[in-house]
Every structure is written in C-alpha cells, then in structure tokens.
Design a protein around this ligand. Structure first.
Ligand code: MOS
Length: 721
C-alpha cells in the first residue's frame, strides 16, 4: 500500500488537529533517551564484530602536489601490522551529500595539508596508530599554492548576483548610509561523535556502520566510490552523535574502511581522531563581507548591498551561500548582491551548521544596527519598518512570515528598552553592560521522503525509514506523529531508523528532516486510517483494530515529494535575538549575561526537542560571536587548532540561561504537516545581537568575528581615541 503526495498545492486542512489526541507538539521526552544515557544506543565505532581489524589513516604533509612513493617497509615489519592500503579512492573528499556521487580526484594528487592518502591496517588500534607514524611518503610538491583568499582573483558565482534599480545613486542620495566590511572566521562542525566506520564484506555484499546524516545519498556515493552496485551496499546509522553538516556525505573513513574490508575479507574499523576530523572533514569558509545599506530620513531602506568573498579548493562546487536570506529579508528597491569564491588550498569547504545564514546574518545584522543608530531609530523599530510584503527580488509571496511577531514578542519578553541606542549607559565596576538585537532568518527546505508505517492487530505501530536521528529528536517526533494519527499512545510506537534496507528518507541536513520525513509518516498514517475505516465501515475512533485487521499487519509506505507549492512561495523561518552582554573595560573580555530568541518556524512537532534545537543554535551564536575560529598556518595552510582544546566552542561557563519563545505558526506551503525547518534558525543572526550589545555596552564597533578580548581591547582603544 502506498500514499503519495506531490506538494503542488498548499495544504490548508489542519488534519493533525482533528485526530483528537493532542500528542503532536507536546514536550514528549526522547524515546531513545534512556538508551542514549545508559550506553545501549551504540554509535558506529561501538559495534563489535569478531575478527575485526583496525585501520588508521595516513595523511599528507604537503599543501599541493603529487605522491611520488609511499614506503611502508618499516611499518609493515611492526607487530600486528597487516597491510598498507594505497588507493586513490581513499582521497575521496567529504562530499556534501545529495550529489549521489563522490567527488573524485586524480590518483595520488594532494590538494591540502592533512588529506588522507593511505590506510595502515593492524590487529589493534595502537599497532595501527604506531605504524602509521612510520610510513614514509615522498612527494613531488608544488610550491606557491594559494592559501590566502584575499590574495587571489576570485570567481563570481553568477547565479547569486543581483543588480536591481540604481544602487549607486541610491547610496549617494541617501539620508543615512553605512559601508562596512565585516569578516567571519572559518568554523568546524565539531560534532561530539568523531567520524567512524565499521565495514564488513561477505564476498558479495558490504555492510557499513557509519556516522552519517543522509543514508539515501550516502549509499549512492559509497557505491560510486567503490564501483559497486547500490544493492551490494547496506549502510546502518541508527544513532549518530551530532553532524552539523560534517556527516552529510561519505567521508574518507567510510571509503577507507570499505575498501580495506573488501580487500582483506575481514571486518575493519576506522575511527578518526579528533584532530583527523578537524583536518579532513569540511570546514566552513571564512568570509569577507561588504555591507552597503542606505535609508531615507524616515528610516526606509533605499539601498541594500551585500557582497561576500568565500573560499574553497579548486574544482569544488560548494560556495558558502552567505547571501541566502539577504535576498528577501528586507525591502529596498535598489539592490546589489554578489558572491565570489577564492580558490585556495585549505581543506574542503562545505556545509557547517546553517551554511550561509550562520555567517551572512551576523554581518548583515551588525550593519543594520549601525544604520539604525545613524538614522536615530530604535533597532527593533528599524527592522519592523523594513519588512517586505513580498520577496523583494523575485516578487513572490511569503508562505508565512512571523518576523514582526518575533521582534515584538521577543522585545516584550526580554524587557527591551526602546529608543535610540546610546553606548556606555551602564557600568558595574569594571564591566560595561549593554543590550543588542538582531533578526533571524533561515530558508526553509524540504526533500523527498519515504517511510513505512505498520499497524499490528495488538494495537502497536512500527515506523521504518532510513532517516537518521543525529541528536535532533527524529525518533520521538515520528512516534508522536504516528501515535497522534493512529490513536495509540507514544509508547506503542516502535521507530526504526538509519538502515538503508528501509524506505529512503531525506536524511538530516539543512533543517529539512522533520518536516520532510514527518510528512511521509503523516501520509502513510492518513492512508492507513482511511483504509481501516473503509474495511470496517466505521469511523476510525470507534472501529475495533484487531477485528478490522483480522490478525494480519497492515503496512503503508508514505511518499512525500516537494512540488510546485514550494516554487510559488518564498518559505523561511524568521526570528529575533536579544542579548545582554558585559564587557570588561580592562581585559576586553565579553560575557553574555542574558539571551533570548523568539522564533516562528511553522508547526512545532515537539516543544522540548524544538526548544533544545533553539538553545543549541543560540549557543552556536555565542561561539560565532566570541570564540570559534579555524586558524591556518600561512605557510602551508595546515590547520593549527585541530581539537577542542584550541578550537573554542562555548562551554557551560560561556552560556547563560537562554530563553526561547516559539511563536504559533502553521505553514501550508512549508510541508503537509505545516512545519518548517527549525534546527539551524537559532544560530542565524544571534552573533550580531551580541556584537550590537558590545557596541551598546562600551561604544566599540567591531567588524571581525569572533570578538576575542584582543580585538575588543583594540576597538575600545580606538573608540576612546
Ligand atoms: Mo546541515 S550543515 O545541512 O547538516
């Protein structure tokens, strides 16, 4: 049995509201929570297979060039060492996922320092790790590989370019304008679970347990990399310890483990060290952004200019989509947007949590603050004045739009002091105190999704899909949806995820998971209800399940596909951030003392897991604003802070109590269950609320994220003249 929907028309019927249980939206505890905290929810590296051996990746120590020779003669004599696998497919770059094809490169070519080039296999991890250090590699290195994005000629991404109206004239004629250049640092996903894969080849078929976000695409990428058919490959990832983009596509450990398992005929595990994850998995590009904004005497935006420079390796398709929400967030008739990519040799750049808005919004919203101040308008009011009726570039309607509500309700809940921002109003001892705001925006995405739902005569329900739960709450929301639709308690729903043997879901990425796979489960359940009603001749609420089923299970595969509805509207999550910071006038230290986010992102499926996503996002915002930066050696481009000791993610002491407000919203275009993406919105602009609060506190405008004490001190000195 099948239930298919192509989303060509908005789904305005609130079917989920009519089923009567009111389970969807409730803050149901994670149904996988007990297994997680008791250690019985295994991550990839924890699977134990008899006779399993260990592989350790050997990495390049040049920036660019070719491998001339790999000499493993000494390594191969060491205890327990089995073999060295040298295969250019090991160099498979971490893909974006969704390509269905692993990015290939020519054999033996090195494109960045740290690139995996070989795998040493031994009986134990310690033996393999020890031997890996004794592998000697001779290179034909090419000198002068470009490493500095500002020192090369960049390529314009033509499809991102916008030139509307007369931008130059609007800038020149404006009552108020800003022209500033803001930089953001490169970021690492830094998921808690390091990348790992356990591969097992039975002579015909490969089974891989791995840390991946999007199995539907990963199976195609892996089959492609190994030159196997998809039906020879099975990937399992029922539990994943965070992804944030780093596990979107197959990465070197998955290909390496698979190649070696096939070659040796023994199960094999490759676990990356924390440093290897940092060095070989996609980085977020650093950005340089020029913001030119202008408004009339009343504060109406007349010119909107946002131009960004990002970087990636030569040949890579991905360019950090910095301008994604800038295209529609604010009205202004004269617009200039441009995105350039510099080709440099610092790791592969790719998707890291909220690609685009995570860095684009902090720059835009800091510039907006400066313009509001110049125009003498309260920054909340300034944003309210410039919310467009329709997408200003494409003249499309918005599917739903709660930015104004978020700004107003957020301001009330935070206790925002309305008025023009004058710095240095509040001091406590060494600390200047100030508040700031920023808008949040993040495009909404959905993807094709399939899930099977089975109703059993005993009243239990099984949901199966290869969709992943990377810590976000997929297990729980799918159980809630099935329970709601089929009139059973959540405890009667078994959810099985992360197995390519199940119907293919959309994977976890771009905040599209819940809305997409939730819709597939919804469609299957709706069809099951209708079938059972037909069979029994009774309404769903009164029919006897075991009698109607006659002792046989009934299954339906729900299949959801995005359609024309999405093309006819601009769909985005919106929100507002409010921050209070304390800036130490002697050390330049910044502490966030309060922060609030108000978000409108369609139907909330689980209030608890949604809130957790928001809190996680705001925490990332603090990282972007104050602590996180990838640092590369200017001589060879190697990452010099490849671990959590040197790459500073905010820790408990850096994060105050965070307040989250979720604005009631249903979006008939976003998905059939009227939910939008939630995960990433919480970090799309929050860093600017902190930057703006720093200015309000101490009068120093900073233009470089993260705003570390050295930079704050320098800006304070400049502000004091
Ligand atoms: Mo996300 S960065 O698309 O996992």
């Amino acid at each position: 049995m099948n239930a298919y929907l192509k989303h060509d028309e908005p789904v305005t019927e609130n079917f989920l509201d009519q089923t009567g249980q009111n389970i969807v939206g409730q803050p149901v505890k994670r149904i996988d929570g007990l297994a997680k905290v008791t250690g019985s929810a295994p991550f990839a590296a924890e699977y134990r297979l008899a006779d399993r051996v260990e592989g350790v990746l050997v990495q390049a120590t040049i920036t660019k060039g070719e491998i001339a020779r790999i000499d493993a003669s000494e390594a191969l004599t060491m205890p327990g060492v089995i073999t060295l696998i040298e295969d250019h497919r090991l160099c498979t770059r971490a893909a974006q996922g969704g390509l269905g094809e692993a990015p290939q490169q020519s054999p033996r070519q090195v494109c960045y320092w740290g690139q995996p080039i070989a795998l040493i296999v031994a009986e134990t991890l310690e033996q393999a790790r020890d031997a890996a250090k004794k592998v000697k590699v001779e290179y034909r290195a090419e000198d002068g590989a470009p490493l500095d994005p500002n020192a090369v000629e960049a390529e314009e991404q033509e499809d991102e370019s916008v030139d509307q109206g007369d931008f130059a004239k609007a800038m020149a004629d404006a009552a108020h304008s800003v022209d500033c250049t803001i930089t953001t640092a490169g970021h690492a996903s830094a998921a808690m679970e390091p990348h790992a894969a356990v591969a097992d080849w039975d002579g015909k078929r490969l089974t891989v347990r791995a840390a991946l976000q999007m199995l539907n695409y990963n199976i195609a990428e892996l089959a492609d990399a190994l030159e196997l058919e998809e039906d020879q490959v099975r990937i399992l990832a029922p539990y994943v310890g965070g992804g944030f983009g780093s596990k979107l596509g197959v990465s070197p450990e998955v290909v390496a483990a698979s190649l070696a398992a096939i070659e040796l005929g023994r199960p094999l595990r490759v676990v990356m060290t924390r440093q290897q994850v940092f060095q070989t998995i996609m980085r977020r590009s650093e950005t340089t952004q020029r913001l030119r904004l202008a408004c009339d005497a009343n504060g109406k935006l007349t010119a909107f200019g946002h131009e960004a420079l990002v970087s990636n390796l030569p040949g890579e398709q991905f360019a950090e989509p910095v301008l994604q929400s800038s295209h529609f967030l604010y009205a202004a008739p004269n617009r200039r947007l441009k995105l350039d990519v510099a080709r440099i040799h610092r790791m592969t750049a790719g998707s890291v949590r909220a690609p685009g808005e995570a860095v684009g919004m902090p720059a835009l919203e800091a510039a907006m603050d400066e313009l509001a101040q110049q125009a003498g308008i309260d920054p909340v009011e300034f944003r309210l004045m410039n919310i467009p009726e329709r997408n200003p570039e494409e003249d499309l309607p918005f599917s739903s739009h709660k930015l104004a509500e978020c700004l107003k309700q957020g301001a009330d809940a935070f206790g925002w002091e309305h008025g023009v921002r004058t710095p240095r109003q509040t001091r406590e001892g060494e600390w200047w105190i100030g508040t700031g705001i920023a808008s949040a925006a993040r495009v909404h995405n959905v993807g094709e999704a399939k899930a099977q739902v089975t109703v059993r005569p005993d009243g239990s329900v099984i949901v199966r899909t290869d969709m992943t739960d990377i810590g976000t709450g997929t297990y729980t929301i799918l159980a809630q949806l099935a329970a709601e639709m089929l009139g059973v308690p959540v405890e009667r729903v078994l959810v099985e995820l992360g197995d390519t043997a199940f119907p293919r879901g959309p994977g976890s990425g771009g905040s599209w998971g819940a809305a997409s796979i939730g819709s597939a489960v919804f469609l299957a359940c709706k069809e099951l209800r209708e079938t059972l009603e037909e069979r029994s001749g009774q309404s769903f609420d009164t029919l006897d399940l075991s009698e109607t089923l006659g002792n046989a299970d009934l299954s339906c595969e729900g299949h959801y596909e995005p359609g024309a509805a999405q093309d006819d509207y601009t769909a985005s999550g919106f929100g507002a951030f409010f921050a209070e910071v304390r800036v130490n006038r002697f050390t330049g230290e910044v502490r966030v003392s309060r922060m609030l986010g108000a978000f409108g992102f369609g139907r909330v499926l689980n209030e608890k897991t949604a809130r957790s996503q928001c809190i996680g996002g705001i925490t990332w915002s603090i990282g972007v604003a104050l602590t996180e930066a990838l640092m590369f050696d200017p001589r060879d481009g190697h990452l010099v802070n490849p671990d959590l000791a040197e790459y500073h993610v905010p820790v408990n002491r850096d994060v105050p109590d965070l307040n989250v407000i979720m604005i009631e919203e249903r979006d008939p275009v976003a998905s059939p269950i009227q939910a939008k993406g939630i995960g990433e919105l919480g970090m799309c602009g929050g860093a600017a609320a902190i930057a703006n609060a720093i200015y309000h506190a101490c009068g120093a405008r900073l233009y470089d994220y993260p705003m570390t004490p050295d930079r704050v001190l320098a800006a304070l000195d400049a502000a004091e003249g």
